[in-house]
Design a protein around this ligand. Structure first.
Ligand code: 3EB
Length: 333
């Protein structure tokens, strides 16, 4: 059983079975845990603390390792890892930026580790990079990242369509390229959104290579069903809708999540997932939009857990992005 916990403490003490997690908010004063924790240094909005600590815990013995800038832990058919790469360590060329090179190398290393540890199936990936909307060498940095990511998928014989992980790709003010990942011994079931063109089929208007992710992934552990919903924005078809209208974007993003839940309903093994029973993270481009977003989401999500973070979204015209997760126990028959 994989358990997710979010606590408003700078550093949570290890209580046993920690697989990995994330620290979201201001850099804490205290020590950062030694286990794989993704540092997402971006302001929290509407929170009572300056940092939240999210962790994934499992039952049973945990194996761990550290190689090629990846810190990872493995238990119960699952592996969680974090890789941080400093772009400055990668030589760029006029045709291939250092971010593109770092992105490709990060994914190559992830795939190498997953193959070696025999946990080959990537379920969910969390990507963070500095200055995501900045154009350098004639290409926006998010698009440079997409080229490196897709090249690695193809090079490692993973394929870049269909069976690809759920993901998010978010911009921070600075810091390294940081990628966290959850992988399993068994494949996840990819879920697409009928309202949207699959991201891996986006036309070339959005960059020389399409983004490599699915809209959501259903994953299974003994007696447990997990749903990972990728970063979801105000996109219909492949186009941004409601530019400049944060409330409209917020409603559209939730309509997209609802559509993904509708697809998941056809594929899942227990009762349908509901909007009010997910755990959410919302990325808000402009802090000033936060009150309107909170008000718009409140009636839609009820008492669901939600963390708001100020960060950049991968298209200049997107004002927010919403990701979510849910877990349920499965009755054994
Ligand atoms: C979109 O739907 C919005 O590049 O991994 C959402 C989730 C987005 C993941 C990624 C990008 C990614 O295209 C952006």
């Amino acid at each position: 059983m994989l358990r997710f916990n979010s606590s408003p403490a700078a550093v949570s003490r290890e209580t046993g079975g920690e697989l990995g997690g994330a620290l979201v908010g201001e850099p804490p004063n205290g020590a950062i845990p030694v286990w794989p924790v993704q540092r997402i240094f971006a302001p929290l909005l509407g929170a009572t603390t300056t940092v939240v600590h999210e962790s994934w815990r499992v039952d049973g013995p945990v194996m761990y390792g550290h190689c090629e800038d990846i810190v990872w832990r493995k238990a119960g058919g699952l592996l969680f890892g974090v890789i941080e790469l400093d772009e400055a360590d990668f030589k760029g060329t006029p045709e291939r930026s250092s971010l593109q090179a770092a992105s490709e190398e990060a994914y190559r290393r992830i795939f190498r580790l997953l193959d070696a540890e025999q946990v080959p199936h990537l379920w969910r990936v969390w990507n963070y990079l500095a200055e995501i909307n900045l154009e350098t060498q004639g290409l926006e940095r998010y698009r440079q990242f997409n080229v490196g990511r897709q090249d690695a998928f193809l090079e490692c014989q993973r394929g870049a369509t269909g069976n690809v992980p759920a993901a998010c790709a978010i911009g921070l003010v600075g810091g390294p390229l940081s990628i966290a990942f959850m992988a399993g011994e068994t494949p996840a079931v990819p879920v697409e959104n009928p309202r949207q063109v699959s991201a891996y089929n986006y036309p070339a208007d959005y960059g020389p290579r399409s983004p490599t992710f699915s809209r959501a992934a259903l994953a299974y552990l003994p007696g447990q069903e997990l749903l990972f919903i990728s970063g979801t924005a105000s996109i219909v078809g492949h186009q941004t809708v409601h530019p400049g209208d944060v409330v409209g974007q917020c409603r559209e993003a939730m309509a997209n999540i609802d559509a993904v839940l509708g697809e998941a309903k056809r594929l899942c093994r227990s009762e349908p997932f509901e909007l009010g029973k997910l755990s959410y993270r919302v990325y808000v481009r402009q802090a000033g939009d936060f009150p309107a977003i909170r008000e718009t989401l409140a009636p839609l999500i009820g008492k669901a857990e939600i963390v708001y973070v100020q960060a950049d979204i991968c298209r200049q015209d997107l004002l927010l992005e919403i990701e979510a997760m849910a877990s349920r126990t499965l009755e054994s028959r």
